[in-house]
Design a protein around this ligand. Structure first.
Ligand code: AMP
Ligand code: ZN
Length: 664
C-alpha cells in the first residue's frame, strides 16, 4: 500500500478514536459498540507497529491501553446512599432537635462532623479486600470507579475487618493541589476547573488512570452502608472503628444540646478557611444507632441527621429583564435575565424566580439592583433587592395572562401558586415533552436535543412522543444542517432507545411528580406497565415512599386516553416496559409487609430487599390489605393498629427469616 495512504488511515483512526473517547468521557454516550471501538484501536495498533515512523507520543494506543474497551460499569449499592436535609440557620437545627426529643426525651448526644464539599463515594470491602468503589449515582446505583479510586493513597486496599462493609465518604481535591492543577491547565490552554469539587467530580470518572493518579486526590470517610457489627452502636464508635481500619476519617465533635452545636457551627464557619480542603457546612448526627433506627428516613434523607450549611457567597448585579418559559407540564416559569456576574466559581446571567408570588414577594422591577446567591444549585437565586438604588419610574413586572407561545389563557393550579398553559397541544409543551422523553435520564436518544426536536416539529414530522419512532429519515436528511450521517446517527440512537430500561421509559412519559427516583420505586413494584396501569389509587398509595400526591397523579395519568395511546404505540414499536427484577423467587408471592421497630440481624433496607427478592411487597400504611407485620424491638404504633385489625400476621424478624428459608 502507498505510504501516503497509510499515514492518512492512521490519522483518520486517531481522530475517530479521540472523537468516541471524548463523547464517552464527557457525555457518557457511545455511538458505536465496544466491539467496533476495539477494532479501531486494534487496527491502529497494528499499523503503528508495522509503520513505526508514524508513531506519536499521544496516540490513543499509548494513553488508553486496556481502559479503552473497559466500558464503565454500573453497580447497585447494597444499602441506599441517602442525601441530607439542609439547615441554613441555627433555628432549623433547634427544630430538628425538638423533633428528636419527641421520639426520645432523654438527653441526646450527637456528633458534629465537617461537611466536605467533595464527591461522595462508596467503597465495598469483603474478606478485608477492596472489591470495588462506586460513585453515589442516583443513590440506588453508582458508576464503577474502582481503578481510579485505587490511585488515592489514603484509601486502603485492604483492611483487617473481614465481614462485608460499605465504607462511605468523600473524595476531594486538596486546595493546594487544585491550584497546582489549574496552573498547569492554564499553561496548556485547557479549560480551568471552577472549584475543587468540580475538579474532583471531573477527575474521578476519567478513563486514564495515570492522569487520575497524577492529580493526587484525597479522601475522608464518615459513614457506612452495609455493615452489621454488634460491637458498634454509635456514630462515634463507628468513626473510631473506621479510623482503626486505616481510613482517613472526618474531623468530629461530640456534643449535647443546641448551645454546644451552635458553638461548633460558629467555630467552623470562622476557621473553615484554615483547612486544606473545602467544607460547606457541618453535619449533625444522632450518635446512638438505636435512636437513629427509631427515627428512620424520609424518602430522601435520614431523619437523624441534618446539614448546617454555611452562608453562600452573595453578589450584587442588575436585573435586565424577565423571560417566561413554558415547561413540559405547561407550568410557566419566570427566569430573571441578569447582567453577567461572577459568583462562586462561574459567571452567571440567569436566576430562577420560581413563580408569580416570588416576583411579588420581592417587589421586583426591571433595572433593579439585586443580590444573588448560589447555594449548591447551578442557577442562582435572587435573595434581596436594593430599593434605594431603584431608579424612579422603573417598570413593574407583569406576569403574562396568556401563554407566550400559543396564546391560550393561563390558569392557576388549585393551590394558586403555579400558573399553567392548559393547552396540551401547545408547541412549547410538545417540544419540552419530547425533549424530556429523549433526554439522557429518560430513554437517552443522543442527537435529539432542542434544535433537532424543533426542526422536526416545524416540519410536522412529530407532535407527540411516539412520533419519534416514525420519522421519515429521507426527509430528515434534507433539512438544513442535516445530512446522511446525522440521519443515520439519529436513526440508530432512536433504534437503541427501544430497549431502554422500564424505569427510564416511565420517567420519560413525564408523569407529574414522578421523577427518576420515583420511577424506580414504581418499576420495582410492578411487573410491567399493564400492572401499573391497572393499579388503583389504594394500591399506589400503599407503596412505601409513594405519597398521596404522587399516587393521585400516577392514577390519573393512566386514566387519560392520550397517555394510554402513547404507551400502546411505544409498545408497538418494541418498547417492553417490564421490570428487570423478575428473578424473584415466589415464596412470598404478592404478600404485603410492613417492618416496625428495630431489628437485630438485618437493617430495614436489607429486610426490604429480601422481601422483594422473594416476591413480596413492602407497603407503608397499616390496612386490611396488610398480610404481615414484622415487629422488632420497641415497635411503634403500627403494631397496635395491626393488632386492632386482627387479620394481620404479626411475626418476629426470625420468624420472617424462617419463612424465606434463612435460619438464624
Ligand atoms: P448535599 O450534597 O448538599 O445534599 O449534601 C449531602 C452530602 O454531603 C452527602 O450525600 C455526602 O456526600 C456529603 N457529606 C459530606 N460530609 C459529610 C459527613 N460528614 N456526613 C455525611 N455526609 C457528608
Ligand atoms: Zn401554550
Amino acid at each position: 500500500m502507498d505510504d501516503l495512504f497509510i499515514e492518512d488511515e492512521i490519522k483518520d483512526l486517531r481522530e475517530k478514536i479521540a472523537y468516541y473517547n471524548t463523547l464517552y468521557y464527557k457525555k457518557a454516550v457511545s455511538e458505536i459498540s465496544d466491539f467496533k471501538f476495539d477494532q479501531l484501536v486494534k487496527r491502529l495498533q497494528y499499523l503503528e507497529k508495522k509503520y513505526p515512523q508514524y508513531i506519536i507520543d499521544d496516540s490513543p494506543t499509548k494513553i488508553v491501553g486496556s481502559d479503552v474497551s473497559d466500558n464503565s460499569k454500573i453497580i447497585a449499592h447494597k444499602i441506599r446512599m441517602y442525601s441530607l436535609e439542609n439547615a441554613y440557620s441555627l433555628n432549623e437545627i433547634k427544630i430538628f432537635i425538638d423533633k428528636i426529643q419527641k421520639v426520645d426525651e432523654r438527653t441526646v448526644t450527637m456528633t458534629t462532623e465537617l461537611k466536605i464539599d467533595g464527591f461522595s463515594i462508596n467503597l465495598f470491602y469483603e474478606n478485608g479486600k477492596l472489591q470495588y468503589a462506586t460513585t453515589r449515582g442516583d443513590g440506588f446505583e453508582g458508576e464503577d470507579v474502582t481503578e481510579n479510586i485505587k490511585t488515592i493513597k489514603s484509601i486502603p486496599h485492604e483492611i483487617n475487618y473481614k465481614r462485608p462493609i460499605e465504607a462511605r465518604g468523600e473524595i476531594y481535591f486538596p486546595i493546594k493541589e487544585f491550584k497546582r492543577i489549574n496552573k498547569i491547565r492554564e499553561k496548556n490552554g485547557e479549560k480551568l476547573f471552577a472549584n475543587p469539587r468540580n475538579a474532583a467530580a471531573g477527575s474521578i470518572k476519567l478513563k486514564d488512570v495515570e492522569v487520575v493518579a497524577s492529580r493526587k486526590l484525597d479522601s475522608i470517610i464518615y459513614s457506612v452502608g452495609l455493615f452489621n457489627d454488634p460491637n458498634i452502636n454509635t456514630q462515634y464508635e463507628l468513626l473510631d472503628f473506621l479510623d482503626e481500619q486505616g481510613f482517613n476519617i472526618v474531623e468530629v465533635g461530640y456534643v449535647t444540646g443546641i448551645e454546644e452545636i451552635t458553638s461548633q457551627c460558629e467555630k467552623w464557619e470562622q476557621s473553615r478557611y484554615d483547612l486544606d480542603y473545602e467544607i460547606d457546612g457541618l453535619v449533625i448526627k444522632v450518635n446512638d444507632f438505636q435512636l437513629q433506627q427509631k427515627l428512620g428516613f424520609t424518602s430522601k434523607s435520614p431523619k437523624w441527621a441534618i446539614a448546617y450549611k454555611f452562608k453562600a457567597e452573595e453578589v450584587e448585579t442588575q436585573l435586565l429583564g424577565v423571560d417566561f418559559q413554558v415547561g413540559r407540564t405547561g407550568a410557566i416559569t419566570p427566569v430573571a435575565r441578569l447582567k453577567p456576574v461572577y459568583i462562586s466559581g462561574s459567571t452567571v446571567s440567569n436566576a430562577t424566580l420560581h413563580n408569580e408570588d416570588e416576583i411579588k414577594r420581592l417587589d421586583l422591577r426591571i433595572g433593579d439592583y439585586i443580590t444573588i446567591i448560589k447555594s449548591g444549585e447551578i442557577i442562582p437565586k435572587i435573595i434581596d433587592v436594593n430599593y434605594q438604588k431603584r431608579e424612579s419610574g422603573s417598570k413593574e413586572i407583569e406576569f403574562p395572562k396568556i401563554c407566550p407561545v400559543c396564546g391560550t389563557i393561563l390558569k392557576k393550579e388549585e393551590d394558586g401558586v403555579i400558573t399553567y398553559c392548559i393547552n396540551i397541544n401547545c408547541p412549547a409543551q410538545i417540544q419540552r415533552r419530547i425533549q424530556h422523553f429523549a433526554s439522557r435520564v429518560a430513554v437517552d436518544i443522543d442527537g435529539l436535543g432542542e434544535a433537532v426536536v424543533k426542526q422536526l416539529i416545524e416540519h410536522k414530522q412529530i407532535n407527540k412522543v411516539q412520533d419519534i419512532y416514525h420519522i421519515d429519515f429521507d426527509e430528515f436528511q434534507q433539512y438544513e444542517k442535516q445530512g446522511e450521517k446525522s440521519a443515520e446517527n439519529l436513526k440508530n440512537a432512536i433504534e437503541n432507545s427501544k430497549i431502554q430500561k422500564f424505569h427510564k421509559i416511565l420517567f420519560g412519559l413525564g408523569i407529574r411528580y414522578v421523577g427518576a427516583r420515583t420511577s424506580k420505586i414504581l418499576c420495582s413494584h410492578f411487573k410491567n406497565i399493564d400492572e401499573m396501569i391497572n393499579a388503583d389509587y389504594d394500591d399506589l398509595v400503599e407503596i412505601d415512599e409513594i405519597g398521596e400526591k404522587i399516587a393521585r397523579s400516577v392514577f390519573e395519568f393512566f386514566r387519560n386516553e392520550n397517555n394510554l395511546l402513547m404507551i400502546r404505540s411505544l409498545q408497538e414499536v418494541g418498547m417492553k416496559m417490564v421490570s428487570e427484577n423478575i428473578e424473584t423467587d415466589d415464596i412470598l408471592k404478592g404478600a404485603k409487609f410492613i417492618i416496625t421497630g428495630s431489628l437485630s440481624n438485618y437493617s430495614r433496607n436489607e429486610i426490604k430487599k429480601l422481601i422483594e427478592k422473594n416476591g413480596g411487597k413492602v407497603i407503608s400504611a397499616v390496612s386490611k390489605n396488610l398480610n404481615y407485620l414484622i415487629a422488632g424491638e420497641n415497635p411503634g404504633s403500627k403494631l397496635k393498629k395491626a393488632k386492632e385489625i386482627g387479620s394481620v400476621n404479626i411475626i418476629s424478624e426470625n420468624e420472617f427469616l424462617k419463612m424465606i428459608g434463612i435460619d438464624k
